[in-house]
Design a protein around this ligand. Sequence first.
Ligand SMILES: [Fe+2]
Length: 644
Amino acid sequence: MKIISSAALLTVVLFFITETQAQVPSAIIDPAERGYTLQPEQRAYALTQRQLYPSVIFSADEKGLKLDLGDSTLYGRLHYGPAYFDYVNSDYYEARFRSRSDIKKGKGLLEINSYFKKESLSNVNHWTTSGTFGFRLELMRIRDGAPVTLGVFDGRVDFRKTASGYATPLSIVEGPIVGCIQSDHPEWMLIGFDTDRMSTGMIELEEIGVYPDLSVSLHHEITIGNLQPAHRYRYRAVAIVGTDSVITPWMSFKTAPVKGKGTVVFAYSGDGRATTGGGENEYIGVNRTTITQIAKQAFRRGTDFFLFGGDMIGGYTSSAEDFTLMLKAFKTTFSGYMNSVPVYCAVGNHEAHYFGYADARGKKVNIDKYPYDSLSSEAIIAREFIQPSTGPDAYPGMPTYKRNVYGFQYGPVKSIVLNTDYWNTSANAISTFGGSPEGYMLPNQVEWFERELKAAEADPTVKYIVLLAHEPFFPNGGHASDAMWHFGDNTVRSYRAVNGTMTPFDYGVIDMRDRLWEVISRSKKVAAVLGSDEHNYHRSLITNTTPVGVPELDDLNHDGILNDGRFSPDAKFTHPTWFMVCGGAGAPYYTQEPTPWSGAVKKFTAQNNYFIFTANEKKIGLEVFNANGQLLDAVPDLLEVRKK
Ligand SMILES: [Fe+2]
């Protein structure tokens, strides 16, 4: 199965060229019609994706590979070493740097000869005629006479020895990444990888055979079928162009058990976007330091999958180049984990790729970029992440839900992932141009969710349900001003153009929160509702006595805003239900803020954190660890509170 054929890739390129002339989607009004001017794309990073492709920046040399970034203003260092360091003795692959050289005027040398000298202590992978380097470009530029640090950019380059020196035949620059490993179809899953030249690709399963993708593309996404449930397979990726080919070391993945069976261990964390601190704390929009710590610990704890709660990247960009570069940086950071174990991501507010507008007074408005089927935040996420396509159909003239809203089952656990940052427009412009505020879900997603929950409730193979939405239902530290609360403002909602007239949706964000929570609390199986967005950990027990604010009871002056001093409980919250936030994968920390439901908070800490859930026949339990692996909190049986 492929998501980008070469023809589709060409279409995307054409869209990039003609995007400003693209037809305005029917659900919005073009800000340009109201005196706003489209702002030029702003890039934040010094390199493009292509400038990390070996086929673009490396060429043959008798000593190794010559680097030419095509930009004479760049200086710095080229670090390099084996990409799959000592793979014979590793189960989690990463590069280990061993050598470095200077970059001057955008040029440098990746020297290889020394790795092949008899007395070499560097050739850990015992290369004979070919191999794979991981490389790091540590860059700076002189601006106004002073050096400006541009950060680090990592890549991979495959090489082979030739009669006259070295060559880069073709490189696998991303992946392989496993995806869609789930009990809904334990007999098949997906593996994706990217190459730096148009290639054909295949996945080889050890002692079983090959699964080819014969179409010529930079991206390969291959369906691996005829698999046994709960079985570990060894595999490797192969890419071919002409008479050249490259191959990865052997890796492995484990298929899901049949529905309802097995003990399942899975991780959850969110908000891994960059923070201050320099270096790997701000690696192309990603906090590589913390995500790496968490990914490695989750891997070592034997997790079957990882739920990630959104805000993978700094995002918020008008540049498709930067948006994609950041998403790829997130995947590269998680790469050692994703070689073997799937990561299921939710969309956060930072996953925003937009058209930026400004009026004559400098008022700014951002709207989700179109054409929606190729350039919206949602479409780019769908291209970059291998995730289920089980979400609802979008309304005409709106972005896709495919691969950003979905449910999947793993053993006895059903996970439902929502998109609470869909079709986003700047808060101050939604009622003028159309779009959605943070935390709001349109009726088609709400109804899809209710159907999904009802089906899971009725399915005897589903013992536990876990719900994930980036925007917290009950924020406690950093986002009481938005999420699903907006400081009590129930006038907050989405708008769309109907026959050219801006039309609000029927319900406000707090009505929506309460409707959803009423349904969630009726279910006997919902073990936890997970949020992210707030960069801390908190666990609250929401019951029918928790003061949550009810619009029909508490809006005493009827202005639509719950700020009149009364916050009632919702009597329709049937069972006590855990709401937990784990926005602890590295974004700037937030401490606690007061909310009407502060009394329901059982635990709060601003530490970086991740969750480990363990579900078996009898119960589903939770442990919360900080990024150092210290146990912060535990709930041995999450459904215990519903049995009382
Ligand atoms: Fe967020």
